[in-house]
Design a protein around this ligand. Structure first.
Ligand code: ADP
Ligand code: MG
Length: 367
């Protein structure tokens, strides 16, 4: 088992990359601590598979180092890195039985047949494959094949880490939910470092204690699901996590008032005004989640008037589409809360307003 460190890592698939846009991984540092259950979350094409393949050794990075427990492993081939990897699509030997498929990674490292039997039966039990052990893999359904493929990743308990690359893509939704729970159980039982790649925030937060959010070839935030929700470290995390995503408004200060375009915003702290007034960048935004906007049907307490364009009733809550001057905003109101039509008055509680300069969050005093 190992702590995995990525140091000044960068990768381009091109021979002569020319600028950031040519890099699948843009220079980054990151540490995966021993024993954690992690998710690597990001949209398609952001570099998740590239990063996993660099960790497992299938791909040699253009620059930088991969370290296991402080030792550089760049020169080690995948089989010597002692890492199990489960891919998006099943990797099974069709002509072998399910049992032999599961036994393969163990026999490969010279495990005794007695121990093989023990482990195969344990993993088959967890994945509900016990009744299929004698079947040839080629006769299995796509779901079953992927379970075997996952079993091959889980069968060795002496690996440094297990990497899962969107392993539940081909699995039907009901089974998906069950398998995710199983993986979590397996993690708790064996304490092996697991990195689970997905583009689905729900999948990430049900599996992982900590999520690395990846965007354009970099990890832009590494935090608990709650941290990603309450304090997104980057505007992308704000958009990507939550439904609907965080509201962002371009802001500037004029005559001691915070404006977005020509619209004055609800009263804000002196600290925020001072920070915004002193910003050199022309990319300055405040962010607030739809859940944290205070909505009222009557004016008062420093609130501002907005137009209500639409109210979407989703049962236990409603999503309000608002317009503040020319800026669209979303607010979420729980069942029983005020859902004004036509006009509403909104406030931004100071605690829930984030300041973003060049897309990264600037820590404020109240945090
Ligand atoms: P993800 O797994 O997050 O969807 P990938 O790591 O597969 O992203 O891809 C990151 C970027 O690298 C994408 O722009 C993709 O087109 C590119 N890419 C991935 N694999 C290759 C490859 N073998 N050759 C060239 N470009 C690649
Ligand atoms: Mg991928």
């Amino acid at each position: 088992m190992a702590e995995i460190t990525l140091k000044s890592l960068a990768h381009s698939y091109l021979q002569t990359p020319d600028g950031d846009q040519d890099y699948a991984i843009r220079e980054m540092d990151h540490v995966w601590h021993q024993g954690g259950a992690y998710a690597l979350l990001g949209p398609s094409g952001c570099g998740k598979s590239t990063l996993l393949n660099i960790i497992s050794g299938l791909l040699e990075p253009s620059r930088g180092d991969v370290l296991f427990d402080g030792e550089v492993v760049n020169a080690l081939p995948p089989e010597q890195r002692n890492i199990a990897q489960v891919f998006q699509f099943p990797v099974v030997y069709d002509t072998m039985t399910v049992y032999d498929n599961l036994a393969f990674p163990l026999r490969n490292v010279g495990t005794s047949e007695e121990r093989v039997r023990e482990r195969v039966s344990e993993v088959a039990d967890v994945l509900e494959l016990s009744g299929q052990l004698k079947r040839k893999a080629k006769n299995l359904t796509a779901d079953e094949k992927q379970k075997v493929s996952m079993g091959r990743g889980l069968v060795r308990d002496d690996v440094s880490a297990i990497l899962f690359d969107e392993p539940l893509t081909v699995i039907d939704p009901q089974l998906k939910w069950k398998l995710r729970r199983k993986l979590k159980e397996i993690h708790q039982r064996f304490g092996i470092t697991m990195i689970y790649v997905t583009h689905d925030q729900l999948e990430a937060s049900t599996f992982a204690d900590k999520i690395a959010v990846m965007y354009e070839g970099q990890v832009v935030q590494f935090g608990t699901p709650r941290e990603l929700f309450e304090q997104p470290g980057h505007t992308f995390v704000g958009y990507f996590i939550g439904s609907p995503g965080m509201n962002f408004l371009d802001v500037h200060v004029s005559d001691g008032t915070l404006y977005s375009g020509r619209t004055a915003l609800p009263s804000s702290s002196d600290r925020l005004l001072e920070r915004v007034a002193n910003c050199r960048s022309d990319n300055v935004k405040i962010g607030i989640r739809p859940e944290f906007i205070e909505v009222s049907a009557v004016p008062g307490g420093g609130s501002v008037e907005v137009d209500v364009d639409d109210v979407q009733d989703l049962g236990t809550y409603s999503i309000l589409s608002l317009r503040l001057g020319e800026w669209p905003l979303k607010a979420r109101v729980e069942e029983g809360g005020v859902t004004p039509h036509d006009k509403a008055y909104i406030g931004f509680p100071e605690r829930w307003v984030g300041l973003y300069v060049d897309d990264y969050r600037v820590e404020m005093d109240h945090e």
